[in-house]
Design a binder for this molecule. Structure first.
Ligand SMILES: Cc1ncc(COP(=O)(O)O)c(C=O)c1O
Length: 424
């Protein structure tokens, strides 16, 4: 029989958070704010990471299945990558008025792996990449409207919270629901002749909702509809790139878009992303569309990406994670079913998740209370997962790490069911 673990000692994290709030509005930004976890139960400041683990500033050690929200596909403190970066730093330098050869090498490496990649533009963040991709699509089509599906970053055209964004900008973006071709068709019809691009995460992963693999024929249908309406099709592969397969979800599910955006897993945590796509479309950046930023050509991240892609390929990492994630999802499904907690196991193998659901006999907020209590138990037991965002499996998670995660989920669900039985 599982028993509740005591609250973690988080004094240093909490003191640093108080200091942070004096230094910066809200202390920490966006999805790292404490209300995105369980307030008072999760650490806020991390000291270091190793393999599949992180250690907070109070010395608590966790198996980290959030993986820095995705970039850490291998593990923390990956020596081979860090050594390559250090060599570049010591022997060549990394910030110049001109570009270094690492840029050509990286672009070729992406072209070699990604089906839609005939040309590549390296940038730094996921939001840089998605924003550049829609600008290219607008430049190519001379149209204004963007149809989007999924989280694409924090820039004006796609930010979820509309504070500080002009209505005129928002009016040029419309959203459609993942998984439904009629929903997309209706939006394309509504903006007939005006849609520059359809940008979609090839795997559906809306915040706090189940992660959805593409239904059979869905991505093919999206491609066909975009083509019929003269819109550029962009797969936002910031999460799935180099993870669902070496060539991304487009390789895994066999549908090649016009353009793709890649980031997160590309360099195991170093800040780099890119847009890759068909030459004919990308070529608008030769003259018509401007792309430039002081730090885009910095080579440390490129060297890190080159080394990371080399390791992903050499160790067949995406397939290995896919196989281990498949087993993990199966075990998770059994564990959840055995617990009787109203929750659904969902995700794709590298991105597993549990979503808590309302049982018909439950009170209005019971499922939320269950969720909060469950994540309180899992963090106290040393598993770092997120209530509103799917989890990730990293290459350096050991079998023992994954066993412990399953055991922890099982114990925490058992406690949850005892505390919040159906109908409470
Ligand atoms: C699918 C997707 N697109 C774009 C972004 C934005 O990337 P960044 O946070 O690096 O700007 C994210 C970030 O989570 C993402 O998941």
């Amino acid at each position: 029989m599982a028993s509740e673990f005591p609250k973690l000692k988080l004094d240093k994290s909490m003191a640093m958070f108080e200091e942070a709030k004096r230094l910066s509005p809200g202390g920490v930004m966006g999805i790292r704010r404490p209300y995105n976890f369980v307030e008072g139960e999760y650490p806020i400041f991390i000291d270091r990471g190793y393999g599949g683990h992180i250690v907070d500033v109070d010395g608590n050690d966790y198996i980290d299945m959030l993986c820095a929200y995705g970039p850490v596909i291998l593990g923390y403190d990956e020596k081979e990558i860090n050594d390559a970066v250090k060599r570049q730093m010591d022997e060549r330098g990394f910030c110049f008025s001109l570009v270094q050869p690492a840029q050509n090498q990286l672009e070729q490496a992406v072209i070699d792996l990604v089906p839609c990649a005939e040309q590549v533009i390296p940038v730094k963040t996921g939001s840089d990449a998605t924003t550049l991709a829609v600008r290219i699509a607008r430049g190519y089509t001379d149209r204004k409207m963007i149809l989007r599906c999924g989280y694409h970053g924090w820039h004006d055209w796609c930010v979820e919270n509309h504070g500080g964004v002009p209505e005129e900008t928002l009016a040029l973006t419309d959203e459609f629901e993942y998984g439904s071709l009629p929903a997309l068709e209706a939006r394309l019809e509504a903006h007939r002749g005006q849609v520059a691009c359809v940008i979609i995460t090839p795997v559906g992963h809306p915040l706090a909702k189940p992660v959805m693999a593409p239904p059979k024929g869905y991505l093919e249908g999206v491609k066909e509809l975009a083509k019929r309406h003269g819109a550029v099709l962009i797969f936002d592969e910031i999460r799935t790139g180099f993870r669902a397969a070496l060539g991304g979800a487009q390789e895994r599910y066999g549908v090649t878009p016009d353009m793709g955006t890649f980031g997160k897993a590309m360099a195991n945590g170093y800040a780099i992303s890119c847009v890759a796509g068909k030459r004919e479309i990308m070529s608008v950046c030769e003259k018509k569309v401007f792309v430039s930023s002081t730090f885009f050509p910095n080579s440390l991240e490129m060297v890190a990406a080159l080394k990371c892609l080399e390791i992903l390929k050499r160790e067949d990492v995406p397939n290995s994670i896919w196989a281990r994630g498949t087993k993990f999802l199966e075990r998770l499904a059994k564990t959840v079913a055995a617990s009787g907690v109203p929750a659904t196991v969902n995700g794709i193998p590298p991105m597993p998740f549990i979503t808590f659901e309302k049982h018909p006999e439950d009170g209005e907020k019971t499922y939320k209370a269950r969720r909060e209590y469950f994540y309180t138990q899992t963090i106290r037991r040393g598993i770092f997962i997120q209530p509103y965002h799917h989890w990730y499996i990293a290459h350096r998670h050991t079998d023992a790490d994954l066993d412990k995660a399953i055991q922890t989920v099982g114990e925490s669900l058992e406690l949850t069911m005892k505390k919040f039985p159906i109908g409470k």
